[in-house]
Design a protein around this ligand. Structure first.
Ligand SMILES: Cc1cc2nc3c(=O)[nH]c(=O)nc-3n(C[C@H](O)[C@H](O)[C@H](O)COP(=O)(O)O)c2cc1C
Ligand SMILES: Nc1ncnc2c1ncn2[C@@H]1O[C@H](COP(=O)(O)OP(=O)(O)O)[C@@H](O)[C@H]1O
Length: 305
């Protein structure tokens, strides 16, 4: 696993790809290729953490991939380190030129930089690729500005992937990511009702910074962390209006045709297809029958893959 470090811990000198790279889609990969195929320094991805919009506007920003997941993805692309620059109000006040000199030149000793054509940096986002080009020329640094990649539906972007995911379009999400969307969670106790209605569920505690699909019932694969078997499963992601309409959304999976104790396990979940929305049923029997139908549909969906 590549190191995830602060600027002062980085291996120097560096060849830097700058950006959030959330989702690491094909457009991001083109930018990253510009630093992994050079001998100008340690291939390094540099991102801000937290996201500037979280610090400046108090927006909560959920991620397609968390820093801990990103390391493994970047490693496969030939990146050697992920540097997270702590974004705070001091950093937000740095002009583009100061940021360039203090962080990229002095701290990270960068010899080569790659960014996407829409990259902005420095106070009030004043630095664009043109400004960066001037700065790189005067410091004798190599620079690649990579054009924005498009497909028939438009620009490749993290927000487009996020939007597909929020709508529960897992196929479109997978196509855009170039890999299945996954998340992980620790199995924690629920209300203990699942077994009594014939459908025990592993309730998952998921890192609150991870973006999840929109609420609904899904067919999904479930794998134990470091396990080999992929279990077909049905997932309830959202409310449980029949038993507790006011409770916060749950993430729970029932592994099809399995009777296993999953307590304290970490599960990796790959949602595959949205089946339906949650409903309030007149009683637990009707809910249980519906979950039976969901399980059948999930089995069919997953057996075709
Ligand atoms: C596939 C699946 C679909 C579900 N759909 C609904 C639903 O539409 N409405 C609802 O009120 N609860 C739904 N549930 C949630 C159940 O109410 C919940 O699993 C059960 O009460 C057990 O909760 P517990 O694990 O906290 O004990 C669903 C659960 C599963 C596994
Ligand atoms: N097929 C299965 N899918 C999911 N969990 C299962 C399964 N079989 C047994 N279990 C166990 O049952 C527990 C869930 O039972 P349940 O009655 O729903 O209680 P809880 O409220 O803790 O979710 C899980 O934590 C798991 O250890």
């Amino acid at each position: 696993m590549i190191p995830l470090c602060s600027p002062s811990q980085a291996c120097l000198p560096t060849a830097i790809a700058l950006g959030s790279f959330d989702g690491l889609h094909a457009g991001h990969k083109r930018v990253i290729k510009e630093i992994t195929n050079s001998d100008k320094g340690v291939p390094t991805v540099v991102s801000f953490w937290p996201h500037p919009r979280e610090v400046l506007y108090g927006e909560s920003r959920l991620r397609l991939d968390l820093p801990s997941e990103k390391g493994a993805l970047l490693e496969t692309l030939g990146v050697k380190q992920l540097v997270l620059v702590p974004f705070d109000h001091y950093l937000a006040e740095l002009t583009a030129e100061k940021f360039f000199n203090e962080v990229l030149i002095n701290k990270l000793q960068s010899k080569r930089i790659a960014v996407g054509a829409n990259f902005r940096f420095g106070k009030n986002r004043e630095g664009d690729p043109y400004v960066l080009k001037k700065l790189c020329e005067s410091a004798d640094l190599e620079l690649s500005i990579v054009p924005i990649l498009e497909d028939a539906q438009g620009r490749m972007s993290s927000s487009r992937i996020r939007s597909e995911l929020k709508q529960g379009n897992l196929k479109a999400t997978k196509d855009l990511l170039g890999r299945p969307y996954i998340f992980r969670g620790l199995v924690i106790p629920g209300k203990g009702l699942g077994k009594t209605i014939g459908w025990p569920t592993a309730n998952l505690q998921v890192d609150g910074r991870k973006l999840l699909p929109g609420i609904g019932v899904y067919a999904a694969w479930a794998t134990k962390l470091n396990g080999k078997n992929k279990f077909p499963a049905v997932m309830n992601l959202g409310p449980q209006p029949t038993i507790d309409p006011l409770a916060p959304s749950a993430v729970e999976v029932h592994l099809l045709n399995q009777e296993i104790d999953l307590t304290q396990n970490e599960l990796i979940i790959e949602p595959v297809k949205r089946i339906r929305s949650q409903k309030k049923f007149k009683d637990l029997n009707t809910l249980s029958e519906q979950i039976g139908l969901d399980a059948k549909i999930a089995q069919e969906i997953l057996s075709k893959i």
